[in-house]
Design a protein around this ligand. Structure first.
Ligand SMILES: NC(=O)c1ccc[n+]([C@@H]2O[C@H](COP(=O)([O-])OP(=O)(O)OC[C@H]3O[C@@H](n4cnc5c(N)ncnc54)[C@H](OP(=O)(O)O)[C@@H]3O)[C@@H](O)[C@H]2O)c1
Length: 329
């Protein structure tokens, strides 16, 4: 396999973690980084070993030596940053939530299709070994018919007006930051969008959802229950219950290295553990490389259809809460 040259847009928290993952993958090279300011790009490059650094996102997007760009800006900027890259012919791995809404995502997918470029949401959970093992157990009938999913994710964050999480113009709120994970799991495992969605959120005075609760119901009787937010401590666990057994991830299900299979009487029947090779983000890097190697424009682990379903449900939630981002008004 060739060594793939990565570019990173944005120099915040996750960009640093992802740079460590790139540096830990033998087939990846941290080739370039771009910041809105030259100084930040230079500091990030010297910290992470990126070969090139740019003081604007557009300069990086125009660098045709880059094989794939990882976008690590706040949600509200994913659309313009990804569009910039796609229009310049770049392949893109874009952080979650992929856009503010489905309409923005569809425009990106249309442009990527027109240009023949690869596009994937950086939904790293779906590429992780423990998650793939759970899907293998489900596909081979180990828990029978999946009937119920319970998943939650809390991240206790102190209110800070400057933090992207609390700024509507940055795409803030628990929905796009946290709820997207358990919702993605539920849609991926159930394999379709629910017929019914009941959702509620605790909104703050700035129009940011601090805590969310969702119930998804499929017409054949299947359910998923999802809680997420910045305010209440939760187990950050995911449980998938079927007619003849149950699957539980370790705490922090979205990054869990462990997954356990139980029978209907709750006896443990199998346990799978796979320690990270680097820091956990290497698996989505491997998946991108595999797709590029095979000339694919879409990942089968993180297909566009699944990302679209999740965005459509999040649009429906916000409609139920009367929540709009400033860019949508
Ligand atoms: N997969 C995961 O586990 C994971 C974890 C955390 C976050 N995320 C996702 O990654 C993305 C970034 O999150 P983060 O926590 O890394 O954010 P962050 O620390 O705030 O960094 C965001 C970066 O985006 C750039 N940016 C561009 N326009 C900006 C603006 N108007 N305001 C603030 N920053 C701006 C900045 O880089 P420059 O100043 O250098 O341009 C900034 O450093 C989000 O989509 C988030 O959902 C994913």
């Amino acid at each position: 396999m060739k060594k793939y040259k990565w570019g990173i847009i944005g120099t915040g928290r996750i960009a640093s973690t992802f740079a460590d993952a790139i540096n830990g993958c033998p087939d990846a090279e941290l080739y370039a980084v771009a910041s809105r300011t030259y100084e930040k790009a230079e500091a990030f490059a010297s910290r992470t070993g990126a070969k090139k650094f740019y003081g604007s996102y557009s300069e990086l997007a125009q660098d045709s030596d880059i094989d794939v760009v990882y976008i690590a800006t706040p949600m509200a900027f994913h659309y313009e940053d990804a569009m910039l890259c796609i229009e310049n012919g770049r392949n893109v791995l874009c952080e979650k939530s992929v856009t503010l809404n489905l309409s923005q995502l569809d425009k990106l997918l249309e442009e990527a299709k027109k240009r023949g470029t690869f596009f994937m949401e950086a939904m790293w959970t779906k590429c992780r070994p423990a998650y793939l093992k759970a899907k293998e157990w489900i596909d081979s009938g180990r828990i029978g018919k999946v009937e119920y999913i319970k998943a939650d994710f809390s991240n206790l964050v102190q209110y800070a007006p400057g933090d992207r999480l609390f700024r509507p113009e940055c795409g803030g709120g628990a929905l796009l930051d946290l709820t997207v994970y358990p919702l993605t799991l539920a849609i991926d495992i159930m394999g379709s969008e629910p017929e019914e969605l009941i959702s509620s959120a605790h909104m703050n005075k700035d129009g940011i959802d601090l805590s969310d609760s969702l119930i998804l119901r499929w017409n054949d009787g299947r359910f998923a229950s999802i809680d997420a937010g910045f305010e209440i401590p939760l187990r950050n666990n995911a449980v998938i219950s079927g007619s003849s057994g149950m699957i539980c991830f370790g705490d922090w299900f979205f990054s869990s290295c462990d997954v356990v299979l139980y029978d209907r009487e709750l006896n443990e029947t199998e346990r799978y553990s796979q320690p990270n090779e680097v820091n956990g983000y290497e698996y989505e890097i491997y998946e991108v490389h595999r797709c590029l190697e095979e000339g694919m424009t879409e990942s089968m682990l993180v297909p566009h259809s699944g990302t679209r379903s999740v965005m459509r449900i999040m649009d429906r939630c916000r409609e139920q809460w009367g929540m709009q981002f400033p860019q949508e008004k």
